[in-house]
Structures are given as C-alpha cells and as structure tokens.
Design a protein around this ligand. Structure first.
Ligand code: FE2
Length: 376
C-alpha cells in the first residue's frame, strides 16, 4: 500500500521515494535505510553494531519526512526513528560506486621512464608525511618509484616498507636476500639472467607491492629491467582484442616446488580492476606450471600468450638501469614486470634485500593521508 509522507516523501511497499532537489525523486530501499541509520554504527570502533539479521520482519516505514537537511523515517514495530543526512542520500542515489581518493588514473610509461621515475629520499620519507603521500600517489599512478639514501642496515628495508603497510610474508619468509645462494630455490638466487616476470604467482594472491633494497652492486652486468605491464596490455588490447580477452578470462596454473614447499595457484595474465580498466599483469615463465587446459583451447591460448610475452620484451617498453647501493626500487607486483641481466658472480658483490606489502594497505595509507573517510 502506498502512502505519502510529509514534505513529498512517498512511502511504498519495499522502499520510499524522496525528493532530493532539482524536482527529482530518488528511490531508497527500506532495508538499506534501516541498516545504514547513523545509530547503526558504534562511534568508537566505527563498525556497524546494528544486526539486520535479527529483524523477524522486513523493515517498513510508518511515516517519513524531510526535516531541515535530513530524511526522518519512523519504523513499524520498534518505532525507531532514523535520521539520515540528505547529503548521504545524494551520494548513494545513483547506485554508482563510492568515490575513492585512492582510485587514481594509472599512467602508462615506456622505456625512457628512468629519467622521470619518481624519486624519494629516505630522509624525506621518514621526516615528512607529505613525502609519503606523494610517494604512494606515484605508486598508484606509475606503479614504480625509486627511493634513495637508505642506510646499509637490515632494518632500513623494513622501516621503509612499514611507512606504507605491514610486511606481508611469502613462503620465502618475511624478507628475502637476492644474491647467489649455494643451493638456490629460485632463479633470482643465482647469477643467471632473470626473464621478465612478476613475483610468486604460485601464491593464491601474489604479493602486492615489492621492495628491493640494494645493499651492494659492484658486479659486472646485473642491470635491472623493468616494464610497465599496463602499457603492454593497453597496446595488446588495441592490436589483438580477441587474444586480449583470452588473457583476461583464462586462468592458467603456476607452481613453485622444492624440498619443503609445493605452492600452486591459478592466475590470469592480464588483470582488470573493478571498473574494467587494465590494472596490470601476472606473468612468470619460470613459475608457469604445465598448462592443463584442454588441448584444443591451447590452440588459441598459446599463440596469444606468446604474442603478449614477446610484445612485453620489446625495446619500446624496456626500462634498463643499474640499481645502486643505498637505493630501493618499489613497485606494484601486479603491474610492473621485472627482470635482470646476467652478471659475473666473481666480479664483485651483488646483494638486494626484498620484502612485500599488500596493495590494499598502501591504498589505505593514501586515504588516511588524504583525510578521507566516512567518520571524518
Ligand atoms: Fe622477482
């Protein structure tokens, strides 16, 4: 049964229509209105403490009106009154996603990016939060940044990573040391060339942001190779749209097996974000498992996979540089593809100390530093 509340609010069976100005009325569902009553949230923890599962009946308004800049709804049964700011109703009127300060447009980069790479000093980052915000902004838009002036200590890496998130261990532990190992469990721990890859796709969720602190690099060779997977995927989408769709929609198996672990997971080579934009890539030939897709599907998949892999190696995309002692390269492991030229292990020392954090925590840091939040 329909009814008319005061000030033009129209009550319906499942929700109500509210005039929100400009002569427009907007529909809001009763469950949504009751669940998001400001009294549903604890002011200390900021979490929802109202339990909508405990309601035996569907929420129904007995009256509703606009008072000043609020919608006031009185509920059947409990008589509870909900007062919701019209500003909040405006935010959710169209059903579009909640705005997010951390959802910055990604900017593709190419081989010549090294001279423009975002550079941030350890001293600046540890003394001024504005530097941290700028650094994270660079990570969200370009996916890579170069930090300089790190002390030559074990803690420098952890202290730096902790500025924007918590260390996120992998099956190699909290940190890893990239240098020649006596009994290597990974190609990175040898002096061989390391083909372009993203790290650890054999984990359910591959690590989000990677830090590599260069402690020493006096060897011949061993230059760092970095590619913006987003730039490659954007070009691939234009040149081979059907193959692009295959790489976006097909899960392929990855593995990492040694004496004490047997990691396996499935990933898509090209990743889209929740808005359908390309967010990056997950690719690693040395962790790709034997493809267990139907052989006829592989007739299409392999050519697409190889075409994309070859495109990724094109000079157009390849940023080559030497990582120096005291520098730390930080990059989005779901977007930036990295590798290394071979080096002569007897020509000097090469030691990188690495760790990961999650991307969600980095975005969280950015929102906090931007002063965003519903409870501000
Ligand atoms: Fe790696």
């Amino acid at each position: 049964m329909l009814g008319t509340g005061e000030a033009g609010v129209l009550l319906g069976e499942t929700g109500l229509d509210v005039p929100l100005g400009n002569g427009e009325t907007v529909y809001f569902n009763y469950y949504w209105l009751r669940d998001n009553c400001p009294s549903s949230f604890d002011s200390e923890t900021r979490e929802r403490v109202y339990d909508i599962f405990a309601e035996a009946e569907a929420p129904r308004a007995t009256s509703a009106l606009i008072a000043a800049d609020h919608l006031e709804v009185t509920w059947a049964g409990s008589g509870h009154v909900t007062r919701i700011p019209l500003q909040m109703l405006n935010c959710y009127a169209t059903g579009s996603k909640r705005p997010d300060t951390a959802n910055l447009s990604r900017k593709a980069w190419y081989a010549d990016h090294y001279k423009n790479i975002g550079r941030f000093s350890y001293e600046g980052l540890t003394t001024d939060k504005a530097h941290i915000k700028k650094w994270v902004e660079t990570m969200l838009t370009a996916g890579v940044a170069l930090l300089t002036g790190l002390p030559d200590t074990d803690d420098a890496l952890l202290d730096t990573a902790n500025l924007i998130g918590h260390i996120r261990p992998s099956y190699f532990g909290r940190v890893f040391e990239v240098k020649t190992h006596i009994k290597p469990t990974n190609l990175a721990f040898t002096s061989k060339a390391l083909e372009l890859h993203t790290d650890l796709p054999s984990e359910d969720t591959a690590p989000g942001v990677q830090f590599l602190h260069c402690r020493a690099n006096s060897v011949d060779g061993g230059n760092s190779l970095f590619v913006d997977g987003l730039a490659v995927a954007e070009d691939f989408r234009k040149s081979h749209p059907q193959e692009f769709e295959l790489l976006v929609s097909t899960d392929i198996p990855y593995y990492c097996e040694h004496d004490t672990f047997d990691m396996r997971a499935r990933q898509r080579v090209i990743e889209l974000d929740e808005y359908g934009n390309i967010s990056g890539v997950t690719i690693s030939q040395h962790q790709a498992d034997i493809f267990d897709l139907p052989q006829r599907e592989l007739d299409l998949y392999y050519p697409a996979f190889c075409r994309f892999g070859r495109l990724m190696q094109h000079e157009k995309y390849l940023m080559k540089f030497r990582l120096n002692a005291g520098e730390c390269i930080v990059f989005d492991n779901h977007r930036i593809v990295h590798g290394r030229a071979a080096y002569s292990a007897t020509s000097g020392d090469r030691h990188l100390r690495g760790c990961y954090i999650d991307r969600g925590e980095m975005r969280s840091t950015y929102r906090v530093l931007s002063g965003e939040g519903r409870f501000k």
